[in-house]
Structures are given as C-alpha cells and as structure tokens.
Design a protein around this ligand. Structure first.
Ligand SMILES: [Zn+2]
Length: 135
C-alpha cells in the first residue's frame, strides 16, 4: 500500500496517473451511486486521496491478476461503500459542495502532481466559481 508523503516525485507522478485512471475510468463511469459523492475538488483533499487510493488498491486486488470471487464480493460490499462513505464524510466536514470548494491544506505532493497534470489548485479554484478561501 502506498503512502503518498513517502513517494519520490517520480513515484508520485506514476501513482497519481494510476489513481486518476481508476477514478475516471472505473469508479465514476461504472458506479453511479457513488458519482454524486465524488465532488470535483476531491484531488484537493489528502484524506479523500488516501481513501480513493485504498479503494483503487483493493479493486486492483479483486479484479486484476489472480482475481477471486470473494475478493470482488468484499470490494463491492465492504471496501467500496465504506471508503465512499468516508469520502462523503470528509468532503462534508470540509464544507465542500458540487461547485464550491473550501480551501484546505494541500500537501506538497498533491499540489505538484495536479500542476503537472494541467490542473493546478489555482486552476481548480476558477472552476469552482463560488469557492471560499479560508486562512
Ligand atoms: Zn473541496
């Protein structure tokens, strides 16, 4: 299991590509019930990134390589709904809404990665036109 703060810049870039591919290629298009939970500003929240990293890692265990029915069942029944419940709670606690991101601490490893992917935190703020910046 990867821990973002310990990754080198190269490792973080590779892992960020893996995570966003999972979110945009699997989670969002396939699991509509969770689509509404994942606000556009999810990348700005380290705790949400950690949850999604866990969800993606458990998905990989269940559906790639040596797959198993119990692993898939556990992912669908436990890891996905549990992780997304915590994502909802984290975004709610931060006060974020669909078009309103409340500024939070952005870990350096996330700020750098989003910048390299062409979506800097500053660019994101322009997307969230009613964004509120707090201390
Ligand atoms: Zn937010």
């Amino acid at each position: 299991m990867l821990w973002w703060p310990d990754l080198s810049p190269a490792e973080a870039k590779t892992s960020w590509t893996w995570l966003t591919s999972f979110v945009e290629g699997v989670l969002v298009p396939r699991y509509a019930v969770h689509r509404e939970v994942l606000l556009p500003c999810w990348r700005e929240h380290g705790d949400v990134v950690d949850e999604l990293t866990m969800i993606a890692g458990k998905w990989r265990e269940a559906y790639t390589g040596d797959t198993s029915l119990p692993a898939a069942a556990e992912w669908l029944d436990r890891w996905l709904p549990g992780g997304m419940r915590r994502v909802r709670e984290a975004l709610s606690a931060a006060g974020c809404k669909q078009h309103e991101h409340k500024a939070v601490y952005i870990p350096r490893y996330l700020a750098g990665q989003t910048g390299e992917l062409g979506e800097s935190p500053t660019a994101h703020m322009s997307v969230c036109s009613t964004a509120t910046i707090q201390g």
